[in-house]
Design a protein around this ligand. Structure first.
Ligand code: AMP
Ligand code: ZN
Length: 486
């Protein structure tokens, strides 16, 4: 069987010839569970994607580094992960529920163009941001909600035919009272919702938790389609149910999103999908906690939003942001500050240097070690990235391990963490032609000192080069100069 080779193929040690046991916290049960995919060796994973009416901020990007970390951990254990991140280009209202302005219309008005144009612009920017964070976008499908209108209408029609929806003057609503387990994700208290914030509730809806499947168009709506319920556009939640079904099937293994999606969006997805299919929609629900700034969640509406381009503009490597995210467990709130990011950038630089040195010392040969096993145990324990990073640091600094063992650990760490450790970033490597004249002279003098084994002079010259704003490392093919970013 092909999957058998896929899952067990790489391991040589007989004791290890069984699939690794990996545990994830499932929001559905609220506890850590052993992960078992529905089909051996294959995982289907859907992540709620961005609403492309503006740039994705670094809170949003935390959600995608999180799902990438899941995919990497599963990939490293031999699974083939089929990934979807949807692109919301219609239907998402500013209030996240059934109220407020349409986000795409807001973006189009702001930039005096069409929703389509806004969607193209910010989808491109989003996938570029992911690539900069070392997320392999070739491995992911990015369906757009407006390309799946037919599927959304078909699903809403099924729900209506099965008696889970009712017509209202301005569209079609899902009847949550017909779905007894509504609110099961995160144990949402429907009673509280009744007296909750939905003041602007549509009066025709029977319950405050009921939500639009289809919304009738207002005369000047820029996005509208024909449907059995008249011209209009889909409610926000139906796109995820329809697209995950179309691309990954009726039952999927993992669904991810930020913690803000648990209450309404994901409970609504469950209600729609399970009411339509009569099957379990998602086996493992996984949610990342918020990225915060000064005690508040980062969000556009709070006007405390920071973007990857701001980080790059300040001279940071985007991977410093990835490292910063990984320092916290995905289920804990993480506070962003420029100082904390600078700390992460410094740590990543030191880790890169360790990796280059170890690569040279080990001549690129790797060996198994107990440190490597401990690293994998941490990652398989609900992606304990802070512990995994701690093990990586301690082991690389330790004299207990041979360079080959350290290089083996770095290789595994790279698969899981995606920090470019086995292929140290060349983005800040400086070609000699681009060097200022005085640094080039210092570099030549240092090379001469090294060749004649005058190490005191070589060290002094290295310090002078560093004072000039450059790091010098001795790679296998001679000195490598990098810009000091901090
Ligand atoms: P949106 O574009 O609002 O649908 O958000 C895209 C993704 O980012 C969703 O998974 C959200 O749950 C997540 N998200 C939004 N704000 C934050 C934040 N401050 N920290 C972490 N994740 C967030
Ligand atoms: Zn979604």
């Amino acid at each position: 069987m092909q999957w058998f080779a896929h899952v067990f193929g790489k391991r040589k040690n007989a004791a290890e010839r069984r699939p690794a046991q990996i545990f994830f916290t499932n929001t559905l049960s609220g506890s850590k569970e052993l992960f078992i995919s529905q089909r051996p060796g294959i995982v289907t994973m859907y992540s709620c994607g961005p609403t492309v009416y503006g740039s994705a901020h670094i809170g949003n990007l935390r959600a995608y580094v999180f799902s990438d970390t899941i995919a990497r951990a599963l990939g490293a254990d031999g699974y083939r992960v089929r990934r979807v991140i949807n692109i919301t280009d219609v239907g998402h209202l500013v209030g996240d529920g059934d109220q407020g302005e349409d986000k795409m219309a807001v973006g189009a008005a702001r930039e005096k163009t069409t929703p389509q144009d806004i969607a193209d612009r910010y989808t491109k920017e989003f996938t570029e941001d992911l690539s900069e964070l070392n997320i392999d976008t070739k491995d992911i499908q990015f369906p757009r909600a407006t390309d799946y209108i037919k599927e959304q209408i078909a699903l809403a029609k099924t729900l209506e035919e099965k008696g889970f929806a009712y017509r209202i003057k301005n569209g079609l609503a899902f009847d949550t009272s017909r779905f007894p387990s509504y609110g099961k994700l995160g144990n949402i208290d429907l009673g509280a919702q009744r007296v909750g914030a939905r003041i602007e509730m549509d009066r025709e809806k029977r319950h405050p938790a009921d939500f639009w499947l289809w919304r009738s168009a207002k005369p000047n709506d820029l996005q509208q389609w024909d449907s059995p319920w008249g011209r209009g556009n889909p409610g926000w939640h139906i796109e995820c149910s329809a697209m995950s079904r179309a691309l990954l099937g009726q039952e999927i293994d993992i669904h991810t999103g930020g913690e803000d999606h648990i209450g309404a969006h994901h409970n609504n997805e469950i209600a729609q999908s399970e009411a339509a299919s009569g099957r379990t929609f998602v086996h493992y629900w996984m949610h990342n906690a918020f990225l915060m700034v000064e005690g508040q969640k980062i969000s556009k509406s709070l006007h405390n939003d920071i973007y990857l381009k701001d980080i790059v503009a300040k001279g940071f490597d985007p991977l410093a942001l990835r490292y910063f995210y990984l320092q916290a467990h995905y289920r804990t709130h993480l506070s962003f500050s420029w100082n904390a990011l600078a700390g992460a950038a410094g740590a990543l630089e030191r880790l890169e240097k360790f990796s280059r040195d170890i690569n040279t010392e080990s001549k690129g040969k790797s060996a198994p070690s107990e440190a490597r096993e401990r690293f994998l145990v941490a990652m398989r324990d609900d992606l304990a990235t802070p512990q995994a990073l701690g093990i990586l640091w301690d082991s690389l600094k330790s004299e207990e391990y041979a360079p080959e063992e350290k290089w083996g650990l770095i290789q595994d760490a790279e698969l899981h963490l995606g920090l470019n450790l086995t292929r140290p970033s060349t983005s800040n490597v400086v070609e000699s032609a681009d060097l200022p004249e005085h640094i080039r002279i210092l570099l030549e003098q240092r090379e001469k000192a090294r060749v004649t084994k005058d190490f005191a002079a070589a060290d002094r010259l290295r310090s002078e080069i560093e004072n000039g704003g450059y790091h010098v490392d001795d790679g296998p093919n001679g000195p490598v100069l990098t810009m000091r970013t901090l």
